[in-house]
Design a protein around this ligand. Structure first.
Ligand SMILES: *Cc1c(COP(=O)(O)O)cnc(C)c1O
Length: 409
């Protein structure tokens, strides 16, 4: 008789968004007259349509697929040169970071890359993650059998090093104890869920730590486009020595509204070598070639259009729209007396629940009294307890209305 992969059975249920959905459904059942008026600031998905220049590129590429002389089949393993060259020029060279097109692997998004990247490391590699955290990093390592046993009471895995991010440390994790023997460090800045950012000296300290202790940083920069403070690093490769210790993951989802279109990329520098001198770039190329057959030509052309002058100004306007929502939510909540952070270089606002309420109690009270929905911080990890996430991805009306109502509480 066949046997399922036991590692999958260790995964705790994905209770966060399903519990949110069932609580909203129960509330609507009980108060049907209020159902239509619920304001949703829990969504982690964009709402603005694709930019006109992206749509034009999509249409043009579709027409090319209809003609035998311009039709394209399988894409090159690493992605089309036109896209990888645009990526290198705009995302790295322009920021003074050294990355070459052979180190850029175009993919269908950052979720799959951030889940899959662990495959090229030894099964007994110890991982370190921020707490709270984007759940994909931990769950993908659970599936790989790397995380030990789960403690239901604490919500922690025995073989994972957690780096708490709370208001006490400004939502910036401390460097782990070198004796912990960590091989893989997952960092995400600007951060989901806290909206926190990292400045260059602090990011440099992580790079120095990783080089000194033989660790690799998996740097998720999915929200890089939301950085407005010119002093903040957009790429980890702006730090000295990052090419020998860091992998960077990017996405077109939040920067250009590609959540339903699917496009991302991962940079694995050729200088990244393991203890035996194995090129991790070559391993990732091998993995990519075996398990992935490329992002669609049509979508890669759409990605290229994001880097055109029109694409840059149109996507910048989308981000400005979301960030005006963030400003409205952030300042409104501050005026209402809440302790809030994030929301300045990230589309997430992270608030401390009032009067020591648990994250879920605050969720219930917000839904019951003013019909506003957000995401309980405890769903992202134990250190998220007592915090709450609001997103700026909704409409202007919903941001204004949510603030108006929260002020009535
Ligand atoms: C949204 C998000 C991504 C992007 O994922 P895609 O698969 O590219 O849509 C990656 N990392 C984090 C932390 C995110 O919040």
């Amino acid at each position: 008789m066949f046997v399922a992969n036991g590692n999958y059975l260790k995964l705790p249920g994905d209770y966060l968004f399903s519990t949110v959905a069932s609580k909203i459904a129960a509330y609507c059942e009980e108060h049907p007259e209020k159902a239509a008026g619920i304001v949703r600031l829990g969504i982690g998905d964009v709402t603005q349509p694709l930019a006109p220049s992206v749509i034009r590129a999509l249409h043009k590429a579709v027409d090319e697929m209809a003609d035998a002389s311009t039709f394209r089949g399988y894409a090159p393993d690493l992605g089309y040169d036109f896209l990888r060259e645009a990526i290198v020029a705009h995302d790295f060279t322009a920021h003074g970071a050294l990355v070459s097109p052979e180190e850029v692997f175009v993919s269908d998004g950052a979720k799959s890359d951030s889940a899959n990247i662990q495959e090229i490391f030894a099964a007994d590699s110890r991982i370190a993650v921020c707490d709270p955290v984007y759940p994909v990093y931990v769950d993908s390592n659970v599936m790989a059998g790397r995380t030990g046993t789960y403690d239901k009471a604490t919500g922690l895995w025995s073989d994972v090093t957690y780096m708490p991010c709370t208001c006490e440390n400004g939502f910036a994790p401390d460097l782990p104890d070198p004796d912990a023997g960590i091989s893989l460090i997952y960092l995400c800045f600007p951060n989901n869920p806290t909206g926190a950012v990292i400045d260059k000296p602090h990011l440099q300290a992580w790079v120095d730590y990783a080089n000194e202790h033989g660790a690799v940083i998996i740097y998720d920069a999915a929200y890089e486009a939301y950085i407005s403070d010119p002093s903040l690093p957009h790429s980890i490769y702006e730090c000295e020595g990052a090419r020998s210790c860091a992998i960077e993951i990017r996405s077109f989802s939040k920067s250009a509204g590609f959540t339903g279109t699917r496009l991302g990329y991962t940079v694995v520098p050729s200088d990244l070598k393991d203890a035996q001198g194995t090129s991790m770039r070559d391993l990732w190329a091998r993995r990519h070639g075996t398990k992935f057959n490329g992002a669609p030509y049509i979508v890669q052309r759409a990605g290229e259009a994001v880097y055109s002058p029109e694409g840059q100004s149109e996507t910048a306007a989308q981000i400005a729209y979301y960030m005006e929502n963030a400003r409205i939510i952030l300042s409104g909540l501050r005026e209402a007396g809440y302790e809030v952070s994030g929301g300045e270089n990230a589309p997430y606002i992270w608030l401390k629940t009032p009067a020591g309420l648990s994250s879920w109690d605050f969720f219930d009270s917000l839904l019951d009294t003013v019909q506003v929905v957000g995401t309980p911080g405890s769903g992202f990890g134990p250190s998220g307890q007592g915090y709450f996430r609001l997103t700026a991805f909704g409409s202007r009306e919903s941001a204004l209305e949510a603030v108006r109502r929260i002020k009535l509480m």
